[in-house]
Design a binder for this molecule. Structure first.
Ligand SMILES: O=P(O)(O)OC[C@H]1O[C@H](OP(=O)(O)OP(=O)(O)O)[C@H](O)[C@@H]1O
Ligand SMILES: O=c1cc[nH]c(=O)[nH]1
Ligand SMILES: [Mg+2]
Length: 209
């Protein structure tokens, strides 16, 4: 599938299976999401450019690689995005963070925006938008619209599960934004849930249902 990278690392797939199970507790779900996010972060940053820098080891001076360019921005779509954000920050503690408050209206499935806070200078930075679920795509499309209004030009979207319908909508709206996901599931049901999916990610993370 063009523009979609499926992260099929065995550890990712194993943890995802446990997360999907309805018998997995809130505590385990939250811990697994944090663990899996470090593995996803590793893949979504795999091709970042490096620049050589001179350093001195205790033995000699060498040229050694460091990340090039400005610090990354991780943009978390609330609430469930925060579950991915935490593990990503474990790996890249210097990343800047944007928070985007969006929830789905349960009837219309439209994205309702309620909060937006992002670094002023996103224009020159790679922005990695995180949300475990890409269902209709309405939430991620609206979030990326806001980031583009702010000037972001270099954007990637990272999720855990995606539905084919959501990928189509997303790519129509943002053909320039690559998608990284651990799985493309079968379809959306009549209520807009991903099937087989894992249920409502926010509710499972925070025990709100
Ligand atoms: O692709 P979409 O159809 O827009 O669905 C995906 C969105 O649904 C979930 O959030 P939800 O609306 O449940 O909000 P919450 O995280 O605050 O519970 C999920 O975390 C995504 O943000
Ligand atoms: O299956 C779904 C669809 C949207 N949001 C979720 O949390 N789960
Ligand atoms: Mg949400």
């Amino acid at each position: 599938m063009d523009g979609v990278t499926i992260i099929d690392h065995p550890l990712v797939q194993h943890k995802l299976t446990i997360m999907r199970s309805k018998d997995t507790s809130t505590a385990s779900f939250r811990r697994l999401l944090r663990e899996i996010s470090t593995l996803l972060c590793y893949e979504v940053t795999r091709d970042l450019e490096l620049t050589m820098e001179t350093i001195e080891t205790p033995l000699m001076e060498i040229q050694a690689p460091k990340l090039e360019g400005k610090k990354l921005v991780f943009a978390s779509i609330l609430r469930a995005g925060n579950g991915l954000l935490e593990g990503m920050l474990d790996l890249v503690p210097s990343a800047r963070v944007a928070h985007i408050g969006v929830y789905r209206d349960h009837e219309t499935l439209e994205a309702i925006e309620y909060y937006f806070k992002a670094p002023e200078d996103v224009v020159n930075r790679l922005v990695i938008v995180v949300d475990p679920m890409l269902a209709t795509g309405n939430s991620s499309i609206a979030s990326i619209d806001k980031l583009k209004e702010r000037g972001a030009r270099n954007i990637r979207f990272l999720c855990l599960l995606a539905a084919p319908e959501g990928i189509r909508n997303f790519q129509e709206a943002h053909p320039d934004v690559p998608i990284y996901t651990a799985s493309v599931d079968s379809h959306l049901n009549e209520k807009g849930y991903i099937v087989p999916g894992l249920g409502d990610a926010g509710d499972r993370m925070y025990g709100t249902k």
